[in-house]
Design a protein around this ligand. Structure first.
Ligand SMILES: [Zn+2]
Length: 148
């Protein structure tokens, strides 16, 4: 069953700015974890800022999310992250579903809890009470898979 947001006035959010301009207000009612990262990759000589997280709307489903497209940072740029309390945040963008969704929000959809593959005619997913697994992951995690 999909949890309903508790009637609460405030939640912890991150207000993120680059050079004094708002980039995002990161947070949400069912956010289990959120990560704001500045990374540098030598191959591309690029510094980037991202905010990602894990949303858990109920005990049988979860979503990997992000709040804004990766922001490129140049020498001299300043990033400010302010931890604050607010009644709302920017709605996150879902990157991947894991587990069982619905039927409260529409047709029930089943996703592998390990790789996020959606069940279909071509993708078989074993559905469990708290987790699902597709046959690809089942074979991958089966130590006896290569035995006759
Ligand atoms: Zn899988």
């Amino acid at each position: 069953m999909m949890r309903k947001p508790e009637k609460r006035a405030e939640m912890t959010i991150l207000e993120i700015e680059k050079n004094g301009k708002p980039i995002g207000r990161v947070g949400g009612d069912f956010i289990e974890s959120m990560h704001t990262t500045v990374s540098y990759r030598n191959v591309k000589r690029r510094v980037r800022l991202v905010s990602t997280g894990l949303n858990i709307p109920d005990r049988k489903s979860s979503e990997h999310v992000h709040w804004f497209e990766a922001v490129n940072l140049e020498p001299g740029d300043e990033v400010r992250i302010r931890v604050t309390e607010a009644s709302n945040a920017d709605p996150p963008v879902v990157d991947g579903h894991y587990g069982t969704f619905g039927p409260e929000d529409g047709p029930t959809a089943f996703y592998c809890s390990f790789c996020g593959a959606e069940a279909s005619a071509d993708v078989k997913v074993l559905v469990g009470g708290t987790a699902n697994i597709c046959y690809t992951c089942l074979r991958r995690h089966n130590p006896d898979r290569d035995k006759p």
